[in-house]
Design a protein around this ligand. Structure first.
Ligand code: ADP
Ligand code: MG
Length: 719
C-alpha cells in the first residue's frame, strides 16, 4: 500500500476497538427502552392535560394540530431534548435516495445584546423548508422552483441521537414539493396505510366486525449485513466508494462447511451487537433476534414488528446505528446487496401483515385455517394482489445491487411466486373443488419419550420462495439489504387494498345469491380467486431450473434485471391502482421511475470508473512488477512458462481496461435514461466482468507482497 494511503488509513482509526461514547459496560442492562424517544409516556408527563388530550385526539382522528397545541408540544419537546444534551434539532426525512436526510438547526437564537436564548416554536416543529434542490425528484422539482417542505409526522415519535460531543433532536418528517407532490418514502406509505385501512374495514363489516375502527399494516424486517475489519475496508477504494468489492478471487474456503450459519458469535462481533442493540433500545427500536448468517462475516438482526410507518423509520435508524457502532469496534458494517462476488449476498425480509386496532391479526389462521373464512378471504386477497402485481413487486425491490442476487441463481429468484405450505394450499384446493374444509395438524414424535412431542406447523419452511406465508404473516424476502422499507410496503398495502375491495365487491354480490349465508358466499369468492390466481402459488424449490421452466409455462414474469423491472412503476395497471387509492399520482410514479433508472445508470458509471482506475493504477502495476520478478529469475527452470502465463493474463487485463474505459465514455452512451440503463447493463457490466476475470486470475499468480488489495480470505475470515 502506498505511504499516503497507509497514513490515511491510520488517520481514520481514531477510535478503534471500542466505545467512542465511553467503554460500554456490556453487562449493564440499565438502559431504559425508549429513553431517547419523546414517546407517549414522556408526552403525558410533560404536557398539560388538555394539550396532551388535544395531541392524542388529533392523532387518533388523523386531523391537524392547532397552532397553540403545536407550540406547547414544541416547547415540551425542546425542554426534554435539551435535558438529554441536545443543542440542535433537525427535520429527519427520507428522500428517494433510500437514505435519510438531516439539516441541523440550533435551538439558540441571538437576542441582540450578545446573548442567545433557546427557542423552538410550533411552527418550527411542524414545518421546515430545506433549500436543497439537490435531492432526487425525477423532474418534479426544477431548480427554479426549488422549494420543498418537510412536515412533522406526529405518528412517529421524535428522538435524540447522541454523538461523543453532543446530541440533537430528530423530528420524523415527510418531504413534499412546493406543488404538493411527495418527494419521499413516508408520504406514500402513510397514504397506502390509509387506503388499506379503509378497504379492510369495509371487508370486516361484511364479516360482522363492527368494533374495529382502524387497520394497521405491520412490518418486521430481518436485516442481513456483513462486518469486516475497517483496516481492510480503507485499503479498498472499491469498497469505500461503491460499497462492494469490484475485484477479488474466490477464497479457498467459503461457506461450504456450513459452519457459519447460527454459529457461535465471535466476541468482538457480539460486543458490537450488544452495543448496537443498546443504542437501538434507547431509540425505542424493539430489537429481538441476532445470529450469524450463512456467509462468513455475515450476520442478521431482527426487531419485533411495528406498524409500517414506525417500523420503517426504525429500520432506517437501525441501518444507521449498525454503521456507526461498527466503527467504535474497528469494524465496518456493509449493507450492500453483494459486497463479495461468489459469496452469499445480503437481503432483507419484510414480514408483513394487517391488524385491527382491537388487536386482531387478519392473517392469523387459527387452529383450523380451512374453516376460518375470514382468514381465507384476506389471504385470498393477498394471493390475488401478488399475482396481479407480480411485476410491480419485482420492480419495487430492483436496484443495481439486487441484480447480483435476484435472477442470478441466488436467493430469491426474480420470479415472484407465493409459498403457502401444504396445509393452507390444501385448504384452498378443497374449497376450490368443494371437498369440505377440514384440515388437520400433526404432532412430531422425536422417537424418545424423554423429549416432548412438538406440534407440527401447517407447512414446512421454504427458504427459496420470494413471498412466503409464515404462520400469521407474509414474508416478502426479495428486498435488498440496503433498501428502505418505504416503497415496498407502499406497494404491498396499495395492491392489497385494491384486492380486498375487489373481493368485497364479489362478496357483496355472493351474499345476495347465498341469501346471507356468509360461509357459502366467502367460499364461492375464494374459489373464484383461487382458480384465477393459483398460478402464482408454488411450494417447491424456487432456485431450480425446473421452476424457471414451469413458471414460464404458467405465464409468470421473470424480470431478471433492474432495467427490465423498473418500467412497471409506470405501466397503465400500476398507474390506475395507485391513482384509485390516491397513493401516488402518475406524475409521482413517473418521478420515482426516473429516479430509480437514473440511480441504476449512475451507480454503474461510478463502479466502472472505480474498476478501471483500480485495474490501471493498482493491479496492472502489480502485474508489471511480477514481470520484473520473472525477468530477474531468467534461466530458472519453468520461468518461461510462468512468463507466458503472466503475459497472456496481463494482456487480457489491458484489453479489459481499454474496453471498459471506452464503454464508460459519455460520448459512447445513449441519452435516453432507460436506454442508458440498458446500455450500462449490456455493455459496461460485461466489460467490468472481463477486466475482473483477468485481475482475479492475476491475484492468484502475482507475488503476495506485490498484491495491492486485501484478499477475500483476509476480509471474510479475520474477525
Ligand atoms: P425467521 O428467521 O424465522 O423468519 P425471525 O424471528 O428472524 O424469523 O423474524 C420474524 C420477523 O417477523 C420478526 O421481525 C417478527 O417481529 C415479524 N413478525 C411476526 N409477526 C408479524 C406480523 N403480524 N406482522 C409483521 N411482522 C411480523
Ligand atoms: Mg430470520
Amino acid at each position: 500500500m502506498s505511504r499516503t494511503r497507509q497514513q490515511n488509513v491510520t488517520a481514520a482509526q481514531w477510535a478503534v476497538n471500542g466505545g467512542a461514547l465511553g467503554a460500554p459496560d456490556l453487562t449493564d442492562h440499565g438502559i431504559a427502552f425508549g429513553s431517547n424517544v419523546f414517546g407517549l409516556d414522556e408526552q403525558r408527563r410533560r404536557l398539560p392535560k388538555h394539550v396532551f388530550k388535544a395531541l392524542t385526539g388529533a392523532l387518533a382522528a388523523g386531523t391537524p394540530l392547532d397552532a397553540s397545541t403545536a407550540d406547547m408540544v414544541a416547547q415540551a419537546m425542546k425542554e426534554w431534548a435539551m435535558e438529554k444534551g441536545a443543542t440542535h434539532y433537525t427535520h429527519w426525512f427520507q428522500p428517494l435516495t433510500n437514505l435519510t436526510a438531516e439539516k441541523h438547526d440550533s435551538f439558540f437564537n441571538p437576542t441582540g445584546d450578545g446573548n442567545a436564548i433557546a427557542e423552538f416554536s410550533g411552527k418550527e416543529l411542524i414545518q421546515g423548508e430545506p433549500d436543497a434542490s439537490s435531492f432526487p425528484t425525477g423532474g418534479i422539482r426544477a431548480t427554479f422552483e426549488a422549494r420543498g417542505y418537510t412536515a412533522w409526522d406526529p405518528t412517529s415519535p421524535a428522538f435524540v441521537l447522541e454523538n461523543p460531543n453532543g446530541a440533537f433532536l430528530c423530528i420524523p418528517t415527510a418531504f413534499v414539493s412546493w406543488t404538493g407532490e411527495a418527494l419521499d418514502h413516508k408520504i406514500p406509505l402513510l397514504r397506502s396505510m390509509d387506503a388499506l385501512s379503509t378497504s379492510a374495514l369495509r371487508a370486516l363489516k361484511l364479516f360482522g366486525d363492527t368494533e374495529a375502527s382502524r387497520i394497521f399494516t405491520t412490518v418486521g424486517p430481518e436485516q442481513e449485513y456483513f462486518l469486516i475489519d475497517e483496516q481492510y475496508y480503507f485499503e479498498r477504494p472499491d469498497l469505500y466508494t461503491t460499497g462492494r468489492t469490484l475485484f477479488g478471487a474466490k477464497p479457498p474456503k467459503g461457506h461450504e462447511l456450513d459452519e457459519h450459519y447460527f454459529g457461535s458469535i465471535p466476541e468482538r462481533v457480539l460486543a458490537f451487537m450488544l452495543e448496537s442493540e443498546n443504542e437501538l433500545r434507547k431509540l425505542g427500536v424493539p430489537v429481538k433476534t441476532r445470529h450469524n448468517e450463512v456467509a462468513p462475516a455475515q450476520y442478521e438482526l431482527a426487531p419485533i414488528f411495528e406498524n409500517s410507518n414506525v417500523g420503517s423509520d426504525h429500520q432506517q435508524l437501525t441501518m444507521q446505528v449498525l454503521q456507526n457502532v461498527a466503527r467504535r469496534y474497528g469494524l465496518v458494517c456493509l449493507l450492500h446487496e453483494k459486497p463479495f462476488a461468489g459469496v452469499n449476498g445480503s437481503g432483507k425480509h419484510n414480514n408483513w401483515s394487517m391488524g385491527t386496532d382491537t388487536g386482531h391479526n387478519l392473517l392469523e389462521p387459527g387452529d383450523t385455517p380451512g374453516e376460518n373464512m375470514q382468514f381465507l378471504f384476506f389471504c385470498a386477497a393477498v394471493i390475488r394482489a401478488v399475482n396481479k402485481h407480480q411485476a410491480l413487486l419485482r420492480a419495487s425491490v430492483a436496484n443495481v445491487g439486487q441484480d447480483h442476487r435476484l435472477g442470478a441463481n441466488e436467493a430469491p429468484p426474480a420470479i415472484i411466486s407465493i409459498f403457502l405450505g401444504d396445509e393452507l394450499e390444501n385448504a384452498f384446493k378443497k374449497i376450490a373443488t368443494g371437498r369440505g374444509r377440514k384440515t388437520k395438524k400433526g404432532l412430531l414424535g422425536l422417537g424418545t419419550t424423554m423429549l416432548p412431542q412438538l406440534p407440527l406447523h401447517g407447512g414446512d419452511r421454504n427458504r427459496t420462495s420470494p413471498f412466503a406465508f409464515t404462520g400469521n404473516k407474509f414474508e416478502f424476502r426479495a428486498l435488498g439489504s440496503s433498501m428502505s422499507l418505504g416503497f415496498v410496503n407502499t406497494v404491498l398495502n396499495t395492491i392489497a387494498a385494491e384486492a380486498i375491495d375487489e373481493l368485497s365487491d364479489q362478496l357483496e354480490k355472493a351474499l345476495k345469491t347465498s341469501k346471507g349465508d356468509l360461509d357459502e358466499a366467502v367460499a364461492s369468492v375464494v374459489k373464484g380467486v383461487w382458480e384465477a390466481n393459483s398460478q402464482v402459488v408454488f411450494n417447491g424449490d424456487g432456485y431450480s431450473q425446473e421452476w424457471h421452466d414451469e413458471a414460464e409455462k404458467r405465464g409468470l414474469m421473470n424480470l431478471r434485471t433492474t432495467p427490465d423491472a423498473l418500467p412497471w412503476f409506470v405501466k397503465a395497471q400500476t398507474v390506475k391502482t395507485f391513482d384509485k387509492y390516491n397513493v401516488l399520482s402518475e406524475r409521482e410514479l413517473e418521478a420515482r421511475y426516473e429516479v430509480a433508472v437514473e440511480q441504476y445508470a449512475t451507480k454503474l458509471n461510478i463502479e466502472a470508473e472505480v474498476a478501471a482506475s483500480i485495474a490501471r493504477t493498482m493491479i496492472l502495476p502489480a502485474a508489471l512488477r511480477q514481470a520484473e520478478l520473472l525477468d530477474e529469475a531468467e534461466g530458472v527452470a519453468g520461468v518461461d512458462r510462468l512468463k507466458e502465463e503472466l503475459s497472456s493474463v496481463t494482456g487480457e487485463l489491458v484489453d479489459g481496461i481499454f474496453t471498459l474505459e471506452g464503454a464508460n465514455l459519455e460520448e459512447n452512451q445513449p441519452e435516453d435514461p432507460l436506454k442508458l440503463a440498458q446500455y450500462m447493463r449490456d455493455k459496461v457490466i460485461p466489460a467490468m466482468d472481463a477486466t475482473r476475470s483477468a485481475a482475479d486470475r492475476l491475484e492468484k499468480i502475482v507475488a503476495d507482497d506485490l498484491w495491492p488489495l486485501p484478499k477475500y480470505q483476509e476480509m471474510l475470515f479475520i474477525k
